[in-house]
Ligand binder design. Structure first.
Ligand code: MGD
Ligand code: MGD
Ligand code: SF4
Ligand code: MO
Length: 718
């Protein structure tokens, strides 16, 4: 590691780990200081693109409030302690709680950042298994769980995600995604704005279906408002038309795909005229979109958070796949395709979960299904507060901030305060980690290497990249994975018996091989002709080219076939009929609440940097002028927004960018809770929308939280 932290000016190349776009960066350092961060023009993948968050990597690294040493909560505030004491204390407490109350008394929640760190991904699952608790939760079930379920059932592997081949498509239909701001998710790439413009420049179209006229909708060829939750009907109706007009065509999928007849009859009851009044899109528009989709040389439908955090998230995900398949747009250029990753996450998923499993057990209180050893995060709160055997008495938080990011955060905040023990692996004292008895802070992301083993799996081209550390880590500091394996060893040692014997062997395996070594092995077994050493010698992203057709060979299903007519999905259509057609419409004054993201946000944890948080208040309630007028609400006025769960107060932003009947508040705000002397919060704190989202609302099939389309009342603040 000679040369790192050297006092002379140095130029480093690295990919940004903050979102799925993986932009190549050029970073100049002088000693321990970052001098500049630019998009790397010579990176074949991102070609110089970066967003404002890329620049904020220096703020994370230099932030004096970032923890660099473990801390323990005491009556007089946070006290710095040694790693030895911190690990000992944590292992003791976890072993004691589990001994006293049973293994399930420990709850585990992990958040979004581990997705972007190979060291964490590769060690945390063995660690969680060693913890032996069923109460495992993650951000996945407030996010992409419907995608896991659909991929597991259709393709035999939960992480075999179809990706929209946007660089070659002639028609991109986006349902509930805002890639211009998010840079895409499970179809990701730098510079989505440029890529959308390129589709249009080659004569193609981009059509956005969204209750808000988003930044993506604003540059799209067409945008259609939709009632939140209406996508399932739109998709059923598009399929209805395709079958009615005899346009179904599986192309090369025909020889290994079953269930077309069942789909044909399942979509029969949903003609456009029937669904149009319920979703706010006219029947003629549904016809036009369907016809244009079928007529395009290539077309691809894509859905993201707007359809995942939706009462029919799993159904929507399935139907989007079916739509791409029956229009001949699956597994072919310009359609919906799979990556061919250099490091193949699917092989890991196969090894660890057999490709996925569903409903092998259910949550204690509500009986919601597990998916691959995790329970829906919407059940976490009730598992903490409901007495009885298996009640959560202690929590381990790994890189997550559930008090701001999961439903009914304010009640969770109260519940966490009652825990017997809480430990957080995080480098900040946050709204959630402030409840920890011990915080174990990892190194700065720039102090360790990285390979995006998860996100490379969902990029729009086949790419690979090894990022070297920029800085030498301070003496004694630990990377996330080192904290994880040290804690695992400590806990297993304390438990004794056979576990105690195996503990040092497991520890030695990870410490000797290291995450880099595991990636090196994985690359040898992967799909591209590349080794870790070769990647290490390459300063930029390695681009293996566009996505390639790979079916049926790449399927993980037992018979290497796709069965479209999945009973779980077909049966779930009953719920659609009950929801939309059976219930007598009760007229209320309620508006439907949806979320939104901003280019300078990253869920809940980056509002602490001036570069990102500066400017006007972004934590506002968007409300349509007519809805505002009806309630005597004017722009910039403080309003109260109430759901079944609670009330928050927020500034109104009157705008016709949301459809009438819908209001929007971004998540990830509400930074007024932090009670630590280490955490001054000089910026706009905002308010947490998740104080009024409702854990009772889930996509009942997958268990994913419903955070869009919540019924709320809005009125001027008293
Ligand atoms: N209402 C509403 N709620 C939402 C959403 C929404 O659209 N609307 N979106 C949901 C989605 S998609 C997601 S993914 C979740 C995200 O939910 P979470 O993952 O729970 O929240 P984050 O804000 O990403 O918090 C990440 C935490 O990890 C810490 N951290 C950052 N980097 C590292 C690291 O390298 N190591 C460690 N150990 N810690 C680190 C940060 O300090 C922070 O505390 O939010 C969800 N919540
Ligand atoms: N700048 C920035 N980028 C990010 C993040 C961030 O916080 N900030 N977070 C990252 C994460 S963790 C994720 S998962 C991705 C998410 O990536 P995206 O899904 O692209 O991001 P969102 O902005 O949540 O887009 C969801 C869209 O769905 C719409 N919507 C809400 N309800 C419905 C509905 O019922 N139907 C339809 N059709 N649309 C609906 C919303 O108006 C919104 O425009 O972004 C990632 N990138
Ligand atoms: S788009 Fe994503 S990867 Fe690129 S600089 Fe911004 S946060 Fe980083
Ligand atoms: Mo996410």
């Amino acid at each position: 590691m000679a040369g790192l932290n050297s006092p002379t000016k140095q130029t480093h190349h690295r990919s940004c780990h903050l979102c799925e776009a993986m932009c190549g960066l050029e970073i100049e350092t002088e000693g321990e200081q970052i001098v500049s961060i630019r998009g790397d023009k010579n990176d074949p993948w991102s070609k110089g693109y970066l967003c404002p968050k890329g620049n904020a990597l220096q703020d994370i690294h230099h932030d004096p409030n970032r923890l660099r040493q473990p801390v323990k909560r005491t009556a007089d505030g946070w006290e710095k302690i040694s790693w030895e004491e911190a690990l000992e204390l944590t292992a003791d407490a976890i072993v004691a709680v589990q001994k006293k109350h049973g293994n399930d008394a420990l709850g585990v929640y992990w958040g979004n950042p581990p997705t972007h760190s190979h060291g964490t991904i590769l060690t945390m699952l063995p660690f969680f298994n060693a913890l032996k608790t069923r109460n495992r939760f993650s951000a996945a079930s407030v996010d992409q769980l419907p995608k896991y379920l659909s991929s597991y059932l259709l393709f035999g592997n939960q992480v075999m995600f179809p990706v929209s081949d946007i660089d070659r498509t002639d028609y991109w239909l986006i349902l509930g995604g805002n890639p211009v701001v998010s840079n895409g998710s499970i179809t990701s790439a730098p510079n989505m704005r440029g890529r959308i413009k390129a589709i249009q420049q080659r004569g193609g179209q981009v059509v956005v279906i969204d209750p808000r006229c988003t930044e993506t909708a604003q540059i799209a060829s067409a945008h259609h408002f939709i009632q939140p939750g209406g996508d399932v009907l739109l998709l059923l109706s598009m399929l209805h038309l395709i079958f009615k007009e005899g346009k179904e065509n599986l192309n090369h999928l025909a020889s290994f795909t079953d269930g077309l007849d069942e789909i044909r009859s399942a979509v029969k009851p949903y003609p456009p005229e029937k669904v149009a009044p319920l979703i706010g899109i006219e029947a003629s528009t549904i016809r036009n979109i369907t016809h244009a989709f079928c007529a395009a040389n290539s077309a691809v439908a894509y859905g993201r958070l707007g359809i995942c955090q939706n009462p029919f998230g799993a159904l929507c995900t399935w139907l989007i796949n079916v739509l791409n398949m029956v229009t001949g747009n699956f597994d072919r250029p310009g359609g919906s395709m799979f990556t061919n990753p250099a490091y193949d996450l699917r092989q890991i998923a196969k090894l660890i979960t057999g490709g996925g499993h569903y409903n092998q057990y259910t949550s204690r209180v509500r009986g919601l299904p597990e998916f691959s050893d995790e329970l829906p995060t919407a059940t976490m709160l009730e598992e903490v507060i409901t007495p009885g055997e298996g009640q959560i008495k202690a929590m381990l938080l790994l890189a997550g901030n559930p008090i701001l990011t999961t439903p009914n955060g304010s009640r969770l905040d109260e519940a966490f305060a009652e825990l017997e023990f809480c430990v957080a692996i995080d480098f900040y004292i946050t709204e959630s980690t402030r409840h920890a008895d011990v915080i174990l802070p990892p190194t700065s992301p720039l102090e360790h290497s990285n390979y995006e083993i998860a996100v490379s799996n969902v990029a729009v081209r086949n790419v690979a990249r090894y990022s070297k550390p920029l800085f030498q880590k301070p003496a004694g500091a630990k990377d996330d994975w080192e904290i994880i394996v040290d804690l695992m060893r400590q806990i297993e040692k304390k438990r004794g018996g056979l576990e105690g014997v195996i503990a040092p062997v497991k520890h030695a395996f990870f410490s000797k091989l290291k995450p880099d070594g595991i990636v090196g092995l994985g690359l040898r077994l992967g799909n591209q002709d590349i080794t870790l050493n070769k990647l290490k010698e390459t300063p930029h992203t390695v681009d293996f080219g566009p996505l390639q057709s790979c079916l049926p060979k790449a399927l993980y299903t037992k018979n290497r076939r796709i069965n479209l007519a999945q009973p779980l999905f077909l049966n779930d259509l009953k719920r659609v009929d009950e929801h939309f057609f059976a219930e007598a419409g009760s007229e209320t004054n309620a508006l439907k609440l949806i979320g939104r993201r901003h280019l300078r946000s990253n869920n809940s944890w980056m509002n602490r940097y001036h570069r990102l948080v500066k400017g006007r208040n972004r934590c506002t309630l968007l409300i349509h002028p007519k809805d505002a007028a009806e309630r005597a609400i004017t722009d910039k006025q403080q309003v109260e927004v109430s759901s079944k769960i609670g009330t928050i107060s927020v500034e109104a932003e009157v705008s016709d960018q949301v459809m009438q009947g819908v209001v929007s508040i971004p998540h990830g705000w509400g930074h007024d809770l932090t009670d630590s002397h280490l955490q001054p919060s000089p910026y706009n704190a905002g308010v947490s929308v998740n104080n009024i989202t409702d854990p009772a609302l889930v996509d009942e099939l997958s268990g994913n939280a419903v955070m869009n389309g919540i019924s709320v009342e809005v009125s001027p603040a008293a």
